[in-house]
Design a protein around this ligand. Structure first.
Ligand SMILES: Nc1ncnc2c1ncn2[C@@H]1O[C@H](COP(=O)(O)OP(=O)(O)OP(=O)(O)O)[C@@H](O)[C@H]1O
Ligand SMILES: [Mg+2]
Length: 311
């Protein structure tokens, strides 16, 4: 029964969240290993524009083939996937230059997304890197599960909020662009004081009130826009409340559904495993951090939320 639910909910997961250093790469690799150990086939894709380093966390050297080969010579993604030394799990590495470039034509990007979607017999875990580059946001939007990693620290909270807000605004504009309504949205947002619009939620509501056909399009296009929140590096049980607060904030100001799927405590065992170049999920599989990663990955698989009573 459970596996049927997981199949239905989609297997392309992107791990992002705006701020650098929150633990996206560590969590993307750990999610991948957890799934691979649960006998699922996994492909990790590293599209970190600032510096692809997922291979280091797996303790392997940088693969020679990378997404540049896909863009330049059309090498298939399955041929770019290299072994990771972990059963059931392979890795495709991005390329700093081609992905950072605004020169990647939109059609090339769509082609990449189409090919990633074709991998969906396997779990595809995408490590996004920090920042709000359009290529990062578009990859986040393409994923079935949009996982936002958060640290209990004000800059990380603000960056993550802006990352999700930018992603939502881009999604709205792109959805309406194909119907010729993009200018209406941009006009209303630019003139938001005049229209007394204080948040993206109010923008969406007033678009729906003013133009019922736009409301229908947005209902359809945003139906799947859901954020899965993961709180990393917590140092006290009080920190856990930030997950629930962010969920309410997303709902109130962006009008979107967010699920708080779990937290991971701050523990030196993480850097120790990275320094030893042996993944924590393998070498410290009995640690609390590994257990917490297992809990939130199960929550992601089966669309469950964190039970706050566990605190
Ligand atoms: N739960 C944790 N406890 C302690 N340290 C952690 C934890 N999670 C991550 N770290 C540490 O945080 C640092 C950054 O982790 P990581 O590289 O995964 O972040 P990132 O979000 O991918 O960064 P970037 O945005 O630069 O790609 C690493 O040094 C890692 O050891
Ligand atoms: Mg990273």
């Amino acid at each position: 029964m459970s596996s049927v639910i997981a199949e239905k909910e989609g297997k392309i997961w992107a791990v992002g969240g705006g701020k650098g250093g929150t633990g996206k790469t560590f969590l993307a690799s750990s999610i991948g290993i957890y799934l691979a150990k649960s006998e699922k086939r996994v492909i990790l894709i590293d599209v970190d524009i600032g510096g692809a380093n997922l291979h280091s966390l797996l303790g392997i050297s940088r693969p020679k083939k990378c997404l540049t080969n896909f863009f330049e010579t059309g090498t298939s993604l399955s041929r770019l996937a290299v072994k990771t030394g972990i059963e059931n799990m392979s890795l495709i590495t991005g390329d700093v230059h081609s992905l950072a470039s605004d020169n990647i034509r939109f059609t090339q990007k769509l082609k990449l997304f189409r090919h990633i979607m074709k991998l969906n017999k396997q779990y595809v875990i995408i490590d996004l890197g920090g920042g709000s580059h359009n290529n990062t946001i578009d990859t986040f939007l393409m994923a079935d599960k949009k996982i936002a990693v958060l640290e209990p620290e004000i800059i990380a909270i603000e960056n993550m909020y802006h990352f999700v807000k930018n992603a939502l605004f881009r999604k709205i504009r792109m959805s309406l662009r194909s119907y010729g309504f993009k200018e209406i949205v941009e006009h209303m947002w630019e003139q938001r004081e005049k229209y007394q619009i204080k948040s993206l939620k109010e923008l969406i509501d007033s678009l729906k009130d003013s133009f019922s056909y736009i409301g229908d399009i947005l209902d359809r296009e945003l139906a799947d826009f859901r954020i899965y929140l993961v709180l990393n590096k917590i140092r006290s049980s009080q920190d856990i409340l930030i997950g629930s607060s962010m969920k309410s904030i997303f709902n109130k100001y962006l009008g979107i559904d967010a699920k708080f799927v779990g937290y991971i405590e701050y523990d030196d065992v993480v850097w120790r495993s990275i320094r030893e170049r042996r993944p924590l999920m393998l070498n410290y599989s009995l640690s609390r951090v590994a257990k917490e990663i297992g809990v939130f990955t199960e929550n992601l698989l089966y669309e469950r939320e964190m039970k706050i009573s566990r605190i």
